[in-house]
Design a protein around this ligand. Structure first.
Ligand SMILES: [Ca+2]
Ligand SMILES: [Ca+2]
Length: 455
C-alpha cells in the first residue's frame, strides 16, 4: 500500500457543516479501480464507488460532527498491477480520534510469527497516544466485544490473557510481531481477528481491524496404508496416504520412492494421484515410500512405509525344433544337419520376463548365452547332455537338463526295441522323438554318458 498522491490526485472541499465533496484526477493509464472515504473510528464508509471516466467528483456527509477519515483508491493498471493508495484527513470539529492504518500483514495461515505493519495518524502533529494489540477469537469478533479489549487475546467465554508482543516504532510507523512459537500455551490454533487500538490525549479510542488470520502451529498427521509384502505377480499396488490429516487446513502431498536398487525418485505422472500412489513393483527387494504432508501454514510431517517385493522364480522352457523338452528326458534326434534349441517360451513375472538371461551347456560347457542355440550334427557322437539355465535380474534361476542321441545310431539305447516304420513317420513329421524319462532309460541298463561332465 502506498500513500495517495503518487498516482491518484485527490482534493477535498468543505461545503459547510458536515457536507463535503471529493474530487480526483486519476492517471490516464489506469484501466479500472474503485475508491472510497472511510470513517476510521466509526469503521464505516461515508461514500464509495468505481472509477468511471466521466465521473471525477462526489459528495458525502460525515456521520456525526467529526471524522478521522481515510480516502483510498484501488487502481488496476494496463499491466494488471494493482495499487492501493490512501490519504488521511481529519474533518469536522475537534477533538479528533487518532487511529492506525494497517499497511502490511501476515498471510492468511501463520505458524511461527504473526506480523503487522502500519502507521498511526493524529490530528495534532505532536499528539501522544497509546497503542495496543488484540488478537480476537472468532466468537468475540462476531459478538462485537473484542475491540473493547486491549492487549489481550479475548474470548468472551474466558478471562482475557495478556500477550507479549514486540512493537518497533519509526516515528508513527510501527512494526508488530507476535511469536506463536514462544506463546504456544497461550495462543491455540484457531481463527483470529487482529486489532490495533489507539488512544489519544483526549482519551478517545479507535480500533483498526487487520485481515483474518488462521494460526496453525500443529503438524499434520502423515499416514500411509499399503501392503507390507507382495510378489512380482501382484501387479499394481496402491499406497494410500489419504488418511493423513490436518487440524486447520487441507494438506499438500509429496511422495519419494526409494527403489530396491537404492535409486531415489519422485513418482511419475502415472504413479501419483495426490494422496495415492500406484506402483508396479517390478523389482524384487524392499521398496520404501516416504510421504511428506504440509499444511497451508507450512507445518510438515513425514512418514515412511516399507514394502517387500518377493521375486518370482522364472520357469525354464526348452524346445527342440518346435517340440517341448521336459526336464530329465532323452531325446532321439533325427539324422539331419543341425537342430535348433529354443528357450523363447521361458516365463517370469513382471518386467523380469522381458530381460531373462540364458545359458546353454552342452556336456557341461557353455555353448551359447542366446535365447536359441543351433547344435550341429557334427557335435554328436553318442549320448550328450544339454542343459538350459534361465535366470532373472534378481538372481533367481531355473534349469532343464535333457539327454540327446541320434535316432537309430549305435549309441541309441532304444534303437533295437522300436518299430522303425512307426517312428520314422513321426520323425519325418516332427523332426524329434521324445520318449520316457532318463530314469526309465537308465533302468534299462544303458551306458552312462560321462564325457565332459565333471560336476
Ligand atoms: Ca496444522
Ligand atoms: Ca522373477
Amino acid at each position: 500500500m502506498v500513500k495517495m498522491g503518487e498516482m491518484a490526485n485527490v482534493t477535498v472541499t468543505h461545503e459547510g457543516g458536515v457536507n463535503y465533496s471529493i474530487e480526483w484526477n486519476i492517471d490516464a493509464s489506469v484501466e479500472a479501480g474503485n475508491w472510497g472515504v472511510f470513517d476510521a473510528v466509526q469503521r464505516e464508509h461515508l461514500v464509495a464507488g468505481y472509477l468511471i471516466d466521466n465521473v471525477t467528483s462526489a459528495n458525502f456527509s460525515l456521520n456525526g460532527t467529526s471524522c478521522s477519515c481515510v480516502y483510498w483508491v484501488n487502481t488496476t493498471w494496463g499491466n494488471d498491477e494493482q495499487y492501493t493508495e490512501f490519504r488521511v484527513e481529519f474533518l469536522g470539529t475537534s477533538p479528533h480520534t487518532p487511529f492506525a492504518v494497517i499497511t502490511e500483514w501476515s498471510s492468511l495461515y501463520v505458524r511461527n510469527v504473526l506480523t503487522l505493519q502500519g502507521e498511526v495518524f493524529t490530528a495534532e502533529e505532536n499528539e501522544t497516544f497509546e497503542a495496543r494489540f488484540s488478537l480476537c477469537s472468532s466468537d468475540s469478533y462476531f459478538s462485537g466485544t473484542c475491540a473493547t479489549m486491549l492487549d489481550t487475546i479475548f474470548n468472551p467465554m474466558q478471562n482475557p490473557v495478556s500477550v507479549p508482543m514486540q512493537w518497533d516504532w519509526s516515528g508513527n510507523e510501527f512494526s508488530l510481531s507476535l511469536s506463536i512459537t514462544d506463546n504456544k500455551d497461550i495462543i491455540s490454533d484457531d481463527i483470529y481477528y487482529p486489532y490495533i487500538s489507539i488512544r489519544g490525549e483526549s482519551l478517545l479510542t479507535s480500533h483498526a481491524l487487520s485481515n483474518m488470520v488462521i494460526i496453525d502451529a500443529t503438524k499434520p498427521t502423515a499416514k500411509i496404508i499399503g501392503p507390507g509384502e507382495v510378489n512380482e505377480q501382484s501387479g499394481a499396488v496402491i499406497l494410500d496416504g489419504s488418511g493423513s490429516d490436518d487440524n486447520m487446513s487441507a494438506i499438500y502431498f509429496s511422495w519419494v520412492i526409494t527403489e530396491p536398487s537404492g535409486a531415489v525418485r519422485g513418482p511419475t505422472n502415472n504413479e501419483s494421484l495426490g494422496s495415492f500412489l500406484y506402483i508396479v513393483p517390478n523389482q524384487a527387494g524392499v521398496w520404501q515410500f516416504t510421504l511428506s504432508v504440509t499444511d497451508y501454514a507450512g507445518n510438515r510431517n513425514t512418514t515412511t512405509h516399507n514394502m517387500t517385493v518377493t521375486n518370482v522364480v522364472p520357469t525354464a522352457v526348452m524346445y527342440i525344433g518346435g517340440m517341448s523338452a521336459a526336464n530329465g528326458t532323452l531325446h532321439r534326434l533325427p539324422e539331419i544337419e543341425n537342430w535348433t534349441f529354443s528357450a523363447e517360451h521361458s516365463t517370469d513375472e513382471g518386467d523380469d520376463s522381458e530381460i531373462l538371461n540364458y545359458r546353454w551347456l552342452f556336456d557341461g560347457e557353455e555353448v551359447s548365452d542366446d535365447v536359441t542355440y543351433i547344435l550341429p550334427n557334427s557335435a554328436i557322437s553318442g549320448i550328450h547332455e544339454m542343459i538350459l539355465q534361465v535366470s532373472d535380474n534378481d538372481g533367481a534361476s531355473d534349469s532343464i537338463s535333457i539327454e540327446v542321441v541320434i535316432f537309430g545310431s549305435s549309441a541309441d539305447p532304444l534303437a533295437e526295441s522300436v518299430e522303425s516304420s512307426a517312428f520314422s513317420g513321426m520323425v519325418d513329421k516332427f523332426g524329434i522323438i521324445s520318449i520316457g524319462s532318463r530314469r526309465k532309460v537308465e533302468a534299462r541298463g544303458i551306458p552312462k554318458w560321462q564325457s565332459g561332465k565333471n560336476n
